[in-house]
Design a protein. Sequence first.
Length: 282
Amino acid sequence: MTRYDFTQAGLELGPAMRLAKEANAFKATTPKRSFSSYHSLSEELEKYGIESEGIDAIPLFNPPAYKIQDNDKHFEECITEISIRLRDYGDLNPDSLEAVRNEYVVAILHAALHIVRDDTKKKFSMRPQQKIIDEESCGCVDYAIKDSEALICITENKQHQIPLGFAQNIKQLESSVETNKRKRKRDEAFGDDFDYIYGIVTTGRDWHFLLYSPGEIARSKPACTIEFNQEALDKDSEEYQALHKSVKRVLETIVGLLKDRACVEKLPSSKRTRVEEYRSKR
C-alpha cells in the first residue's frame, strides 16, 4: 500500500507516510521469486480453478486476426529474412540452439510490429530481456512488446517444454498486468481497473497464444506450426508454399493481438466486453 492508499482508508498524513515507509522497507527485504523457478503448470492453473498438468484443460479463446496481403512489404521482407537464416543455419529442429531459434522468432515479431505500426499509426517497441517486477516475482522475459502506454504482449521461448513455457508465461502475464496498473496515473484509473494482456509461448516452430485477465486465463487452438527447412528455399517447391502460408498465419494472429490490445478503449468496461467477446467465439 502507498501513502495515497492509507489516506484513502482514513488515516491522517503523518501516520500514512510512516506506514507507507514501513511497507516499502518490507517489500525491499522480501525476496522475490524468479520467473524461471516456476516449473509446475498444474500449480499455476490451480489458481484459476483448473485441475490439470497439461495445456489442453485451459479454456479457449478465438484470437483476433488481421488479414495480410501476399504483397505486403513487411511480409515479403520477413520471408526474405527467414530464407537468409535457412541458408546460414540450416533446418530448425528440436535440437537447435536457443540462439538459432530466437533468430526466427525475432524476424517474425519485428515484421508483426512493422505491420501493426503502419496500420494503426501508433508507437510500439520491443524489448528483449525486459525486466518485470511485481510484489512476489521478478525476472527478465524473452521479449516484451509495449505500446506508448503499457505492456501489451509477453513472449516466452522454449526449446520443447511447452507446459513449462505456459507456467512461466502465465506468471509473467500476471506480473505485467500489475506493472501496467502501477504505472497508470491515479486520475486515469477507473473503478475496478480491469485489464488484459496477451502472451506468446513458442519454440520457433510451434506458436501458442494466451489471453490473460485477472483471475482468468485462456489459450488459442490449435497451435500454429511453421516448418523451417532448407527445401523451402526453392520457391517452386511445396515446402516454400507451406512456409509462406504458415508464416503468414502466425503474423496475422500476432498483428491481430497487438492491434486489438493497443486500440481497445481505456475504459475497463470496454476491455471486459472485448475479452468476453473473444471467449464467447471459442
